[in-house]
Structures are given as structure tokens and as C-alpha cells.
Write a protein of this length. Structure first.
Length: 435
């Protein structure tokens, strides 16, 4: 890959340009590297010392400020143009890009070491009252302490089953028509389809009632605080909205079913647990477990030995799936980026569909196939080395089942790994003329 980089002093309005040609190999570097390379080449060309110019901004041809951690091959093509603005420093990249955190997203332990936040932290710290759940409690519950205890119990129920609810969220967002970038957000029709399959909606709770319910969830003070005090322009709703919406649905469902019996002092936590046990657990969990359980047959000794043999190449493939690279203790790649590469490799959309991929993702992320034992993971879902390896194992099993080659599953797995390694560029094909 060769890029044309146009450099200018920051604040010059991209009018004083000096053109540089930067050779980038396969483009696996990040934009931050490109900017430093351009500044170093500029200093060399002008006879200045290395470090004389410090990069401040990388911009696309249309003037958009780009994230400096994006991988080159994910945002530009060979012979493309980019702009780099520089200054005399000393601090690099002072210009903000969209999505750049204002403060380091870190937590610190007492010993001064960087602490890893738990996947459940956001739910443990969610202000349920600000999310509008306190307003769902019956007026007869005048005791503030009792109301607080009830909300605490609601949180306990949600935390207990958050892993399974997160997997159901994924399962119902992965429709054939869902864009890959949208698998972390649920649309209202998908939400209605899930509730209908769980037999939550009925004549007393029609699907149309959910429209105003979801609007209330997304416009609550808690939701606006989570999203930066402004209403999101992105269609659909995220996992946090989904969790809160389920509590609203449980309250509305109970109110609709008890319409003819008069006022009730039933606790909100009891209403939530009732809906989960009578609807979600009974009608959705068995099918969820059945679809994930099928993939357990792929974990044969021969398959495990084959995966161990190709482990280093598998790790390199996952590293190639990154759209951006940031410092982290453990490499985890957003499932959306992995899915885009599955498309490029001729797998997703040809060998299997997005709805077929969803159970494989669940199989990769969860240690158990029992929904009651599912763990909550970071959202959006991301894969580490072990989980990506397990994903490839599950995809090979899908191929073997479709091709009616389950009796030679190990061969199918080997063929899939070989294909993925070559398509990702981590395994070069040997030329026929090469000894």
C-alpha cells in the first residue's frame, strides 16, 4: 500500500501543503504511525532534526478528523490521499475526533494499579430511579425504604439473568436484513418479535402499547444521562435500554392482566420475576439452549488438537480483524469487525447467514450452554483469542452439517482454518515453482 500524505501546519487551513509518499506495506499500521512517519519524513526533507514536527490531526479528503488508532487498511485504499496537520509540539494529537474520550476511561485500585472494570459494573451502578422505574411502583408503597428495597431487588433479578438476556438481545438483533454495524442495537419490531415469541404480548397487552413504552424508556433522565444528555439519532436501542424496557413491560403486563381485579400492592420486582419465569424462561430459554447445545459436538479431541496446532495463526487472524488498535491488557476485537472480515473471506452471506452466526457467537462467548448459567459480557460483544478460536470451531461445524460431512468434521475444520488463514494474509500460498 502506498499513500499520498499532504502535510500542513495546524491552523493553516490546509493551504500550505507539502506532498509526501508513504509506503505502508499491507496497511496493518494505524493512522498514528502514518502521521509520525509523515512528520519524520518532512523533517528529513527540510534538513530538520527528528521530532521537529509533531502530528496533531489526521484528516480524510473531505476534512473529517479521523481516529488516530484506526488501522490503515480499514479506512483507506492504495494510492488514497490523507491530510496530516502538525505543530512544534510538544504534545501530539491535541485535536479531538468523534468518539475520543475526554478523560482516560480507567479505574484504579488502592495499590495504584489499573483496575479492570467488571462487565456488570454498568448495571450495578445504573440509577434505576432516574431510569423511570421508581415511577412504576404502586402508589400504596409510600414507605421510601420499602421502595428502595424493591428497586434493589429488581437490580438483583436483572443481574442474576443479565447474561441470558444479553444473549437473547443478540439473537433477536441478528436478522437476515440486519446490517452488521447494527447487531448491538435492537429495533422496535425485533423487540416486539421477541416478546411475541415469549407470549408476553396478548389481547390485554397489544404490541402497539410498546411504542409509547419504548419512547418513555429512551427519554427518561437516566437514558439521557447515559447518552450524553441528548437524544440519540441512532435507530433502535442498546442493551441498557432493553434491560430497562423489560421492567416497564413487566409492569404494564401485570397492570393489564389485573385490570379487572382492582388495585394491587404487588412489588415491581415480583412483577419482573413473574414475567421472566412465566414467559421468557418458559418460551425462549429452551430454544436458545437447543441452538447452542448443537455446537457442543464440535469439541472433539481431534478438533482441539487441530486448533492447538494453528493457534498462533489464529491469533494473527484476530489481530488482523481490528479496525483500531489501542492499549489493553487483553486483545478483544468487536464482533462487528470480526463479522465484516467473515464477509470479506466469503463466509458470512455465502456459507451462513447472520441468524445462523448468532448462536455460534453465543457458543463462543459462554462456557455453558444452559441460559441460567450465562454470564454477562462487555457490550458491544468482543472476542478474545480463545473465543475467536471457538467461533471458528462452531462455524466449521455449521459447514459440516450443511455439507452433510459431519463424519469428516475434522477435515472440514482444517479446510476452513486453511481458507481463513490465507484470506486473512497470515498464511501465504506456496507457488508451484517454489521448491
Amino acid at each position: 500500500m502506498k499513500l499520498k500524505v499532504l502535510t500542513a501546519p495546524v491552523g493553516a487551513g490546509l493551504t500550505t501543503l507539502e506532498v509526501l509518499d508513504i509506503h505502508c506495506g499491507q496497511g496493518q499500521q494505524i493512522l498514528r504511525w502514518l502521521a509520525y512517519s509523515a512528520c519524520a519524513q518532512l523533517a528529513y526533507r527540510r534538513g530538520e532534526t527528528l521530532g521537529r514536527y509533531v502530528p496533531q490531526t489526521v484528516l480524510s479528503k473531505d476534512g473529517t478528523v479521523l481516529d488516530a488508532d484506526l488501522v490503515l487498511s480499514e479506512v483507506v485504499f492504495d494510492q488514497d490521499e490523507l491530510f496530516v496537520e502538525y505543530s512544534e509540539g510538544p504534545i501530539a494529537f491535541r485535536t479531538r475526533w468523534e468518539g475520543r474520550p475526554k478523560t482516560p476511561p480507567l479505574s484504579w485500585e488502592n495499590a495504584g494499579q489499573e483496575a479492570v472494570l467488571s462487565p456488570t459494573t454498568w448495571l450495578e451502578e445504573m440509577d434505576l430511579a432516574a431510569e423511570g422505574l421508581a415511577g412504576l411502583q404502586d402508589a400504596e408503597q409510600q414507605d421510601a425504604a420499602a421502595g428502595a428495597n424493591d428497586l434493589a431487588r429488581v437490580r438483583e433479578v436483572l443481574l442474576q439473568h443479565a447474561g441470558a438476556l444479553q444473549m437473547l438481545f443478540l439473537l433477536y438483533t441478528c436478522e437476515a436484513s440486519t446490517p452488521i454495524d447494527a447487531i448491538h442495537r435492537m429495533t422496535l419490531p425485533q423487540f416486539k418479535a421477541m416478546l411475541q415469541a415469549a407470549k408476553v404480548t396478548s389481547n390485554t397487552l397489544p404490541p402497539d402499547k410498546l411504542d409509547e413504552l419504548l419512547a418513555a424508556v429512551q427519554n427518561s433522565q437516566g437514558a439521557l444521562t447515559r447518552k450524553g444528555h441528548t437524544q440519540s439519532n441512532t435507530s433502535g436501542f442498546d442493551l441498557a435500554d432493553f434491560i430497562v424496557a423489560l421492567v416497564h413491560v413487566a409492569h404494564t403486563r401485570f397492570a393489564a392482566e389485573s385490570f379487572f381485579t382492582g388495585p394491587s400492592n404487588t412489588l415491581l420486582s415480583t412483577k419482573l420475576l413473574s414475567m421472566l419465569q412465566d414467559c421468557i424462561f418458559v418460551h425462549l430459554f429452551p430454544e436458545l439452549q437447543r441452538r447452542v447445545d448443537k455446537l457442543r459436538s464440535s469439541m472433539t479431541p481431534a478438533a482441539q488438537a487441530l486448533l492447538r496446532k494453528g493457534r498462533r495463526l489464529t491469533e494473527q487472524v484476530l489481530e488482523r480483524c481490528q479496525i483500531k488498535r489501542v492499549r489493553s491488557r487483553v486483545l478483544q476485537v468487536d464482533m462487528r469487525y470480526v463479522a465484516k472480515h467473515l464477509q470479506r473471506w466469503g463466509l458470512l452471506g455465502k456459507e451462513f447467514t447472520l441468524p445462523e452466526l448468532a448462536p455460534v457467537i453465543i457458543f463462543a462467548k459462554q462456557l455453558s450452554t444452559d441460559p441460567y448459567r450465562f454470564m454477562l459480557h462487555y457490550q458491544p460483544l468482543a472476542l478474545d483469542y480463545d473465543e475467536f478460536e471457538k467461533l471458528l470451531l462452531g462455524l466449521a461445524f455449521l459447514q459440516a452439517r450443511v455439507r452433510k460431512r459431519l463424519d469428516t468434521f475434522d477435515e472440514v475444520l482444517g479446510e476452513l482454518l486453511d481458507n481463513v488463514y490465507k484470506k486473512a494474509g497470515v498464511l501465504l500460498e506456496q507457488s508451484d515453482h517454489q521448491p
